[in-house]
Design a protein around this ligand. Sequence first.
Ligand code: PEP
Ligand code: CO
Length: 449
Amino acid sequence: MNAEQVWTPDSWRGFAAVQQPSYPDADALEAALEELRRLPPLVTSWEVNALKAQLAEAQAGRRFVLQGGDCAESFADCESGLIANRLKVLLQMSLVLVHGLKTRVTRIGRFAGQYAKPRSTDTETRDGVTLPSYRGDLVNAPEFTPAARLPDPRRLLQAHARSAMTINFVRGLIDGGFADLHHPEYWNLDWVQHSPLADEYRQRVESIGASLRFMETLAGQTISDFSRVDFYTSHEALLLCAEAAQTRRVPRQSGWFNLSTHFPWIGMRTAAVDGGHVEYCRGIRNPLGVKIGPSMDVDWVLALCRILNPDNEPGRLTLIHRMGANTVARALPPLIDAVRAAGHAVLWVCDPMHGNTQTAGNGLKTRAFEDILREVEQSFEIHAASGSHLGGVHLELTGEDVTECLGGARDLTESDLKRAYRSTVDPRLNYEQALELALKIARYEKSVT
Ligand code: PEP
Ligand code: CO
């Protein structure tokens, strides 16, 4: 219905936009946004279009998408070791997936801009004191003090700078040969020597090395295509004033691009059909993701498809379902059937994290590896049984040895959680659990054409 109305980067302001902070100083906010509008973009429209083409291939069953990273980046974690380790684990996972699924993999980081978080309440009360909720480093700081929790527009510029530093470092590593398939040892995290999964990983790496040498012998030269990979960025398009300020026109292309990221997605809490987030996203040319939760019915999902992809453009729309391991078998099939019956071409991706969050006995937010795996496995099967296919996974993970999710090869228990629980928001798979999940997914070769 809103598709008839004129879109501008700021037309969302005429719609109800939930999850927006209230800034105490409107002039300071406008000054920060004005500066943001003038700063160079973080990505280019060519890259955005290249990703859209890859997502179209994934939609057609010729690629698999690996999207992963922190639940929320923090300014303090914008650090070379953490960024390199996250890249390493994503590269290792993608190598395993390429080998197991026998298909190309598109890598999308949840990074270089994942600084805003939706919250269940606008305020938080502790011991009778009520303060604004922490909404991510893009907005305020997590400490429970009035000063820290006050939304501060200077953070918009700090987030832009840190996103630029992150993407610059990732590009530098990739262009410098860090992702070279001839040298997977560059990405070895220490644990590869003593993990229970080490052998399986090493066998896959060796098998790829042998194939590579064979092909290069046949070709009589080094195949340079294998010396670099593409890496794309994504974040939840949550804080609309910041997204709009980084939305640009570019020469020789029609329309508007959000040039703060390749792949913005709409979160489950902000996916109202008549809300500001859907209004903003419908007008940009980027490929879009939308989280699909268990409370979203067929009519809602079909309306999102119509509004966000009225021309049925391949690669434009990714539906990221996050139902929970106990709900997916009931909630997903009707949506797949309805989307297909209505003729909408979409890419289906499974986020097995956000429907499986639980509170441990000690009060920590956690997720069980087994639930995460169960949701992914069921999703592969449900899609295959519905004549559809699962084209990717969306994960919260880190390259560090954290203890935030239960289970996995080392069988982390509730009492292990305290040892290295670092997330200020959702619990992430640690590097070993992340690779274990990739090794398990890699066995689903039959599901990918
Ligand atoms: C997230 O991806 O961190 C998130 C909040 O997800 P969802 O919108 O699916 O709840
Ligand atoms: Co999260």
